[in-house]
Design a protein around this ligand. Structure first.
Ligand SMILES: C[S@@+](CC[C@H](N)C(=O)[O-])C[C@H]1O[C@@H](n2cnc3c(N)ncnc32)[C@H](O)[C@@H]1O
Length: 220
């Protein structure tokens, strides 16, 4: 039995939105397995090239970072997350890359990021944007830190067949692809493409289930 299945839906939502302590670490590990297919798809969509500077928003336990840096030569990785537990774990796990000056991990909100304007060639985020009650601030901030001509890839839960824990009263704000498209355009992105994708996941009690996510590709 995985630890996630032992939690009440409200606790599941809380540990996904801001993982905390040993339970948060165990939930993040469970999530790595569940998000493996989606993460691989998002990495492929980013078409990473040598020397790209990549930003991840909401890196969780930091397991995607080495995969990002393995995509091409001299990729630099920066990440932000609001959870001190996740920041500590991501730093522990990626110490070699940090010491080599190729990766850095920050405790920060997407709404206010510690980076100058026009820093990144790619931005990505998996399973985070559905926690934004009003995505306007985070999307404008993402736009600010992107270089002209760069693009962002974001995956969030679709409003179709949501899991039991993904309720507004628990901090989940699920949107359709067309709602996301309008939000990205309002934040200044020029070309915005969306798709709804189906991935194989497991329910909290371990049964296989199809989940639906919105993927947004947005050009600066
Ligand atoms: C469901 S987890 C996903 C983690 C990772 N992306 C993955 O797919 O395994 C969501 C993560 O986003 C972080 N997070 C939530 N809201 C955030 C925000 N406004 N800015 C930055 N990170 C945020 C949480 O602390 C958590 O680590």
């Amino acid at each position: 039995m995985n630890i996630f299945s032992t939690l009440e839906p409200a606790q599941q939502a809380r540990q996904l939105s801001n993982p905390e302590g040993p339970v948060g670490l165990a939930v993040a590990e469970w999530l790595n397995g569940n998000n493996r297919e989606g993460t691989a798809q998002v990495l492929a969509m980013m078409k990473l090239r040598p020397d790209c500077h990549v930003l991840e928003i909401g890196f969780g336990n930091g397991r995607a970072a080495p995969e990002v840096m393995g995509q091409a030569a001299n990729i630099r990785y920066s990440g932000i997350d609001i959870s001190p537990t996740m920041v500590d774990e991501a730093i522990r796990f990626n110490q070699t890359h940090i010491s080599a000056g190729r990766a850095n991990f920050h405790l920060a909100f997407a709404e206010q990021m510690p980076f100058p304007d026009a820093t990144f060639d790619r931005v990505f985020s998996i399973g985070v944007a559905h926690f934004w009650e009003d995505p306007t601030g985070p999307l404008r901030e993402i736009y600010r830190v992107m270089r002209p001509g760069s693009f962002a890839v974001m995956g969030a839960l679709d409003s179709r067949s949501p899991p039991q824990f993904a309720r507004p009263e628990f901090g989940f704000h699920l949107r359709t692809a067309s709602e996301w498209e309008a939000l990205y355009r309002n934040a200044g992105f020029s070309t915005v493409n969306t798709q709804v994708v189906e991935t194989e996941q497991t329910t909290p009690d371990g049964k296989p289930i199809k989940r639906y996510s919105v993927r947004v590709t947005a050009q600066h």
